[in-house]
Design a protein around this ligand. Structure first.
Ligand SMILES: [Zn+2]
Ligand SMILES: [Zn+2]
Length: 217
């Protein structure tokens, strides 16, 4: 089972970025180029990002402990710094946070990341993003296909946070070192449940290498 809706969103965005990816293929396409172009506009910093988990995103499976798993990105790159996770409470400000909401999907979505322009419309992946948000699937059956639903839920949030850091899905290419799983490397940025060897349940070397190539060590 893969995240069909997320694929649709990211693939649609990828399609509009074909030119950029083609030029990378001709010049610098490499093992460590699994990330989008661009950065954030002044309204959102890549350094020390804070996420606000709305009550709609909390379920018996999607607990605070699931969301704290995003700390796996902490200090991989000094320019990204550390992740902040705030479980929303009455009176807590919403400005300065990347908002994480929940929605019940029945189409195979596990989670999705939505980059935005300043006017609120959806941005292309390679644009400079004015903001971003995450939606997690709160349907009670959402993670039932996973061998370990809690691990899969953690993996999903870590993966979506990876997208907010402008990481993309690893490119399939059997000739690249470590791409030993049907052309894919082991990475949390692979899609799907961590039931297969290619889909890591947390941040691993391939993810770290790409984050550091994108943002610096
Ligand atoms: Zn690779
Ligand atoms: Zn994804």
């Amino acid at each position: 089972m893969v995240t069909k809706r997320e694929i649709k969103r990211i693939i649609a965005l990828l399609l509009s970025a074909t030119v950029v990816f083609s030029s990378q293929l001709l010049t610098a396409h490499a093992h460590n180029s699994d990330y989008f172009s661009g950065t954030y506009t002044a309204s959102q910093s890549i350094k020390d990002m804070n996420f606000r988990i709305e009550s709609s995103a909390i379920t018996s499976l999607l607990t605070s402990q699931v969301y704290y798993s995003a700390y796996a990105w902490d200090n991989v790159s000094s320019n990204v710094g550390t992740i902040g996770i705030a479980i929303a409470a009455p009176g807590m400000p919403s400005s300065g946070f990347i908002i994480v909401t929940g929605k019940s999907y029945t189409d195979g979505t596990l989670g999705e990341t939505i980059p935005r322009k300043a006017d609120g419309s959806i941005a292309n992946v390679d644009d400079n993003w004015a903001g971003v948000s995450i939606r997690m699937n709160t349907n009670s059956n959402a993670f039932s296909g996973a061998s370990n639903p809690t691990t899969a839920a953690k993996k999903t949030f870590i993966h979506e946070v990876g997208h907010t850091l402008k990481l993309s899905h690893p490119k399939k290419n059997s000739s690249l070192s470590g791409h030993i799983y049907n052309g894919l490397p082991r990475a949390v940025m692979n899609q799907g449940y961590p039931n297969s060897q290619a889909v890591a349940s947390t941040v691993v070397t391939h993810d770290k290498t790409n984050l550091r190539t994108k943002w610096g060590t």
